[in-house]
Design a protein around this ligand. Structure first.
Ligand SMILES: NC(=O)c1ccc[n+]([C@@H]2O[C@H](COP(=O)([O-])OP(=O)(O)OC[C@H]3O[C@@H](n4cnc5c(N)ncnc54)[C@H](OP(=O)(O)O)[C@@H]3O)[C@@H](O)[C@H]2O)c1
Length: 277
């Protein structure tokens, strides 16, 4: 059996399905990405989102500000919230440090919050109500669905507790009846937990944080980490772990493509949720 979870292939299959559904809509959906400052990595990510959005058949707008005051940015978001032609709004992170990220994110209409990062959408996620999920956790849950992973009686260990990845995943998996442990930088003896994991998810950003001696045989390994080293990309999980694992996501080509397609699926879902209102 092929042990590599081919996120690229799965995301392409989903992309084809999404294009068909989008083609059937009467009006064109639109995604807006707001960016502030001059973060080089952000420019690359915005470009990737633009490319994919156009391929799906959405309109795309990058609203860029070199500098902007917090209240002015919130006013801009409010205009987009009220604009019926705009389906989804993203604020590209990181924001410059002088801007209050939480206040800005929470000014997005939750029905247009296609990154799933507003408090409103997080509460719905915890309460198992239909909502726009954060894209990386949504993409990972899609992979689990694809492989029909059953969580009952399984130990899931997540390393990393960010609001973007680890924390929402904790709740999503708990809601699927997994027994979930959430580890972070203050966890003592990380391998004590990882060795017990039937499913191990690492979302830290440290190359080789997880090594072969730290994992359980036949486990499922999901590597969210992206680490650039000598011009190559690596995850957090050492690639030798695949020898004793059941399934493993590669970096690149695993979780990354699933994150991007999940964003595009969220734009479609946002439209459905707005129509129902
Ligand atoms: N593939 C994708 O689509 C995708 C999407 C998003 C992010 N990423 C990548 O995933 C990684 C994590 O992203 P993020 O936004 O969640 O990062 P983040 O906000 O920096 O969070 C990192 C988490 O890792 C924990 N941590 C740090 N060192 C640790 C250690 N030695 N042992 C255990 N836990 C440790 C931190 O603990 P504390 O909370 O205690 O500080 C924190 O909870 C990054 O490499 C990022 O580039 C990939």
């Amino acid at each position: 059996m092929n042990k590599i979870i081919d996120g690229k292939k799965i995301s392409l299959e989903r992309k084809e399905e999404l294009i068909k559904k989008v083609n059937e809509l009467k009006s064109k959906l639109a995604l807006v990405v707001i960016s502030v400052g001059s973060n080089e990595a952000s420019k690359v990510y915005v470009h990737q989102k633009e490319k994919m959005a156009l391929e799906i058949g959405y309109n795309f707008l990058n609203l860029h500000f070199d500098n902007i005051l917090e209240d002015d940015l919130i006013n801009e978001i409010d205009k987009l919230n009220k604009d019926k032609k705009i389906t989804g709004i993203i604020v590209q992170l990181p924001l410059p440090v002088n801007l209050n990220k939480d206040r800005i994110l929470n000014s997005i209409n939750p029905l247009k919050d296609v990154d799933g990062l507003t408090n409103n959408n997080l509460i719905k996620l915890i309460k198992k109500e239909e909502s726009l999920l954060p894209c990386t956790p949504k993409g990972i849950m899609t992979l689990f669905d694809y492989y029909n992973v059953d969580f009952i009686g399984k130990n899931v260990v997540i390393v990393g507790r960010s609001e973007l990845v680890g924390l929402p995943l904790f709740h999503l998996l708990l809601n699927k009846n997994a027994t979930v442990t959430l580890c972070h930088s203050k966890t003592k003896d990380l391998s004590h937990y990882t060795k017990e994991a039937d499913i191990l998810i690492s979302a830290v950003g440290k190359k080789d944080l997880i090594t072969r001696d730290m994992i359980k045989e036949n486990s499922i390994l999901i590597d969210v980490g992206i680490n650039r080293y000598e011009n190559k990309l690596y995850g957090d999980i050492n690639s030798e772990c695949i020898d004793i694992s059941n399934l493993m996501t590669p970096v690149p080509g695993g979780v990354g493509p699933m994150t991007v397609i999940s964003l595009m699926e969220n734009v479609y879902l946002a439209n459905s949720l707005q129509m129902r209102k």
